[in-house]
Design a protein around this ligand. Sequence first.
Ligand code: BDR
Ligand code: CA
Length: 327
Amino acid sequence: MTVSRPAVLIDCDPGIDDCLALVYLAGLHHAGEIELVGVTTTAGNVEAFQTAANARWILDLCSLADVPVAPGQPGPLKVDLTTTPETHGPTGLGYATAPETAAAAVTAAGDRDWRQMWVEALEAHADLQLIVTGPVTNLAAFEETHSPAAAQFGAISIMGGAVNYRGNTTPTAEWNFWVDPHAAAQHFHAAAANVLTTLCSLEVTEQFLITPQRLEEIMEVLGEHPVTQILPEALRFYFEFHKAQGEGYQAQIHDLLTCMIALGKVDYAATETTMDVEAQSPLLRGTSVADLRDHWGRADNACLVTSADIEAAHQEFARGCALLASH
Ligand code: BDR
Ligand code: CA
């Protein structure tokens, strides 16, 4: 019997935790557990072109030069772009910097735009899984012309929101939804009822913490793999940022946990609900709300993750790194 491997498209903004997500997906791809069909990037942690150069560098180090990377929309749908060099470093990978060759490779591949990549991937793969680990800009823009996107993707998973919870960017908003609140709102309004968006929000993802000890264990698993050029320098910056935020010398790895949940690689609990995101009010920009008691009387549009097996996620990351190292 032939078991088909899920085809995965990731839309991300590397980004230190996005970087770890790509490393993990590369391991699964080499092991034949998924087919990573492409990477598109958003403007968020840094600009969209820089996030693409970062993704290109990471994939190249993971021997995935054949997986295409394309920068997405240059900025949010309706508000000006804000980036966060204080969180992810001046070019998005902490103290690590992508070489000029990575940016040159993205420029050289520039005749294939991100929408074309999505359309071609959808045509080629009936159950394509989309994982979004940056602002929802590209997905919302895609839904404006290919609506409803959810009807075409086999599954959509998003890292975003601080649902009925304190934020990490404002008292009530999480970064990805705050950067492009209109995109997040528009996606949940456009969402097709046949495919609920799996939403991995801050209250769950912030529990997945990599400490210096955990990093050391991962480095041992990776041995001499080229991607070890990036990880210690990227994570040192992320540890320092979290310490300055009062979170201790460790780092929350939101996007990696989101990928594991999206692919069903760790146990998690979730509830079906109606999500909405505030885009109009300056005070509450990017605030995400789940209507857990059906006050609005609207159809469910999300499967909100409420908890995940964090220890299993650490083991799963080590497994993904071992797959990468043994390739
Ligand atoms: C999210 O914001 C970004 O800085 C991270 O990469 C993650 O996707 C967490 O709020
Ligand atoms: Ca991200």
